[in-house]
Unconditional design. Sequence first.
Length: 367
Amino acid sequence: MSFLRKLFGKRKEPEVLLEAESPLCPITTIVEQDDRVAYMYVIGGDQTDFGVKACWIRNLDVAPATIDDAAPKEGEPPMQDRKSCRYTEGQPPLRKKDLSLVWTEEGDGVALLEGTEIIAIVPAWSGVNNFHGYARDAIGQGRFAWEIGSDNSFPERINRAKNFWGLWDTTETPFQKRQPEILDLYEKAFGKESGYYAIDGGHFPPRGGTLMRGPSQSVFLTVGLSIFPQPQIEMHVEMPETLNRIELGLILNNADFEGSLQGLTGWISGAASYPHDYIRFLTEGHTVNLEFPGNTNFTAAILTDRLTIFPEHGLGEYRGSVIKLLWLVPITTAERNLAMDEGSEKLILLLEEIGKSVFALERSSVV
């Protein structure tokens, strides 16, 4: 059964023209049309709070003078009204063979192309403040789609994303190119590699982890997470390019790594997958659950790069965004509660006071 019928209880089965999943996030896009109207739906997985986005593409029949608010109740998807529709007499039905999708580099937004032309866009912020997406054939800010104006930078962003995804079909993929570059930067900052691990479970996107053992502490760092910008972050900060690309790191005393390496790498793999698996983002002060064998005192980790005890690094930029290295600092339940109740800033200041003790899993709670 088509999604449009599920959503509207439509009596007549519409035609599914296109259905595809995001390469990164648990999001499905469905393009459908009946004999009146065509829509693009972008649907998040059950484990997310992404919801359902619905963007009008075109009317196939004469546009109504006003919106028919009763249409959904009668099992019909609503048509865009006449004043918001570029072709008031309707347009020919879309053809499957002409259609394709381009996902944003974050994997949480998508554009529909007819041939080489963008005809609809559902960005990450669709569904907010009565905005549902952009359509080539809309005029102004219509109820179900806004026009793609000449000042809209999203088409340029889609073209850039199309180029990026095309690189994964070349002989040297972005991961194959970036992996040795990142490892070289890590070696200069943290010392010689002691071991390299695949932490992607054999699935796209590719990710690795590298371990450096020092005289007293060991460092474990993700490799390649920063190739993909985090989803949703542009909805919360004015300059997402300063926060949207991250790698994760963990420093522990050598004794704490002994016998726990497999559990720690599995945990870090889960943390690395979290942003795209749940369509959220990680940044300074966020906390994540911490679970690995042999650990009883520390139930979470706080992400930060603000402790002065952390070594310097120089990961630079990638595709116009700064790469942040966020350190996972194990914390107790009481410490996490403090961060949740009074803000992460207070906890980070307390952790700063204990210096190298943050690297020890036998340390006492600072709360």
